[in-house]
Design a protein around this ligand. Structure first.
Ligand code: SF4
Length: 533
């Protein structure tokens, strides 16, 4: 990797520390540096005087801070944001000559830990490779982990001791555990000093360059039935405006930034969203936010976003059909989407991006044609750039969609073909890969048997790429995915990890979906999902 110049990196005298942590983001530097979780964990570990944490990405085999190899650290911590990054995790370990299989490691090797949304969703497909999984939020688990690590005489020999901490899952022990989370995010640690990339080329330029990442909310209570983030980050929590202002002031003091990126599972649902926008602008900063709820957009918010220098506004209608949106508990009518498009035109929004899914329950060809229809109607009113991102629905565990099968290749190709004519209407459209979606489905729902298969068939032959997994599964890839859906009620995941959501609630939501019944958003209306009990 080309040397990048960065501000705010933490450099410690590594010999004077008691615990050395290698923080690995299993993808490119430019992606990892735009992920708030990386900044959280880096600063949280480094906030302890006797602990040092240094960064690794897919491109570097030596730490960015001290140029140490991975094998010299006590702990290797992976943050897993996307299932398809698992292969990069294997590559990082193989390149550093660290056995990927945990059974092949011994006390001379670092302990490997992993956290992030993929781990909270389902750690079982990685159970052959990871020593300790973090099921929950870092602000709660990292301090407990450090305290225990520093109290152990020999962390590598005694690491099974970590199984007594609620929220940590150790496959070697097979302990049951519960997800843990921060009750009041105002009181939680926040990385008010973030590493900023100062000099970069095209390959190292972070997605959000010269920007400070500001999380204003966590969790979402809307209850969209397909959305894993809406379920694994419950309950919804909002940072107070007072705390947000304090963080912004510290960010200005600590960084040469001109922009704030507002982060949150559903940032625009923050009850003080408009005040937050005004506050940032009043401090002379630009801002943007990755995705917005269609039903909160109004003239004020659009004008704030444009003043904040946002060029593309991204919304997620998910489907072209009102009925299917009702099934997924996102009952936004097409009339509202068209009104919002008119608002965009009136305010000269340069570009609009829309996310759609194919493979929803009860979906017919007419529902796909409805995507064409709504996109064409939008173009009648909106003269900016229109971009569509279409992907297969990937049913995830701990959501009511876990009982829904992944769409077949034949059906996906047939349906997405219907969208092709949109290209001739000056709409840019990207269509996600069916195979990669199917792999993601398998990795989301898989059990430890999948971990075994990965270990014996893929890693043993050093075929470390997803194509080899697809090749190995050959035509069986979809059968395997179907089998996981059919057997979902027997999946051991639900006996091992108590995520807080009750299975009865998920079943009730599934049946409400079949009847197209709406569930009110929480916390204004509690639907007793089990989390706050
Ligand atoms: S228990 Fe009620 S308030 Fe708490 S997350 Fe579930 S639905 Fe929301």
């Amino acid at each position: 990797m080309k040397v990048v110049k960065e501000d705010n990196i933490v450099k410690k005298n590594i010999r004077r520390t008691d615990l050395k942590v290698a923080l690995c983001y299993p993808n490119q530097y430019r992606i990892g540096m735009s992920c708030l979780a990386l900044h959280y964990i880096y600063n949280l570990f480094n906030s302890y005087e006797n602990v040092v944490c240094e960064r690794f990405f897919l491109e570097n085999t030596f730490s960015l801070e001290s140029q140490l190899p991975l094998s010299k650290f006590d702990i290797i911590a992976f943050t897993l944001q996307f299932e398809l990054d698992y292969i990069n995790m294997f590559k990082i370990l193989i390149n550093s000559k660290i056995p990927v299989d945990r059974q092949k490691r011994n006390t001379s090797h670092p302990i490997i830990i992993a956290g992030g949304p993929c781990v909270m969703e389902n750690p079982l497909p990685l159970s052959n490779f990871i020593d300790i999984f973090f099921i929950g939020e870092a602000e709660v688990l990292v301090p407990k982990f450090i305290e225990r690590a520093l109290s152990l005489k020999n962390i590598k020999r005694d690491f099974l001791d970590f199984s007594s901490i609620t929220g940590l899952y150790l496959p070697e022990v097979g302990n049951k555990t519960k997800r843990v989370w921060v009750e009041n995010i105002d009181d939680a640690f926040y990385p008010t000093i973030q590493v900023l990339t100062r000099m970069y080329d095209k390959s190292t330029k972070p997605i959000f360059s010269n920007s400070f990442l500001l999380e204003i909310s966590r969790g979402c209570g809307r209850g969209c039935r397909f959305c894993i983030s809406g379920y694994i980050y419950r309950p919804p929590r909002y940072r107070s405006i007072k705390k947000i202002e304090k963080i912004i002031d510290e960010a200005i003091e600590n960084h040469k930034i001109n922009k704030i990126i507002l982060v949150g599972t559903s940032a625009s649902d923050h009850p003080k969203f408009k005040e937050i926008c005004e506050l940032i602008l009043s401090k002379g900063l630009f801002f943007s936010t990755p995705s917005l709820r269609i039903d909160v957009l109004d003239e004020d918010i659009i004008s704030f976003l444009l003043k904040g220098s946002q060029k593309t506004i991204t919304i997620a209608p998910e489907s072209g059909s009102n009925f299917l949106r009702t099934l997924i508990n996102k009952p936004i009518p097409n009339s509202l989407i068209l009104n919002v498009a008119k608002l965009f035109q009136r305010n000269n929004v340069p570009s609009l991006k829309m996310y759609f899914m194919v493979g929803l329950p009860n979906e017919s060809i007419k529902d796909i044609e409805a995507i064409n229809a709504i996109s064409s109607k939008i173009l009648e009113n909106f003269k900016g750039l229109l971009k569509l991102s279409v992907n297969p629905l990937i049913p995830k565990p701990y959501t009511p969609m876990q009982w829904v099968p992944y769409i077949s290749r034949k059906e996906y190709l047939k349906k997405t073909k219907i969208l092709k004519p949109l290209k001739s209407k000056k709409i840019s459209i990207s269509i996600g890969s069916w195979s990669m979606g199917c792999l993601e489905h398998i990795l989301s729902l898989g059990t430890s048997e999948l971990s075994e298969l990965l270990s014996t068939n893929i890693l043993a032959s050093n075929l470390v790429n997803w194509q080899s997994l697809i090749g190995w599964l050959r035509l069986n890839i979809h059968d395997y995915s179907r089998m996981l859906t059919v057997n979902i009620n027997e999946n051991p995941l639900f006996n091992i990890i108590d995520n807080g959501i009750s299975i009865d609630f998920l079943k009730a939501e599934y049946y409400k979906m079949t009847l197209a019944l709406f569930t009110q958003p929480c916390p204004s209306t509690c639907s007793s999902c089990g989390v706050c009990n």
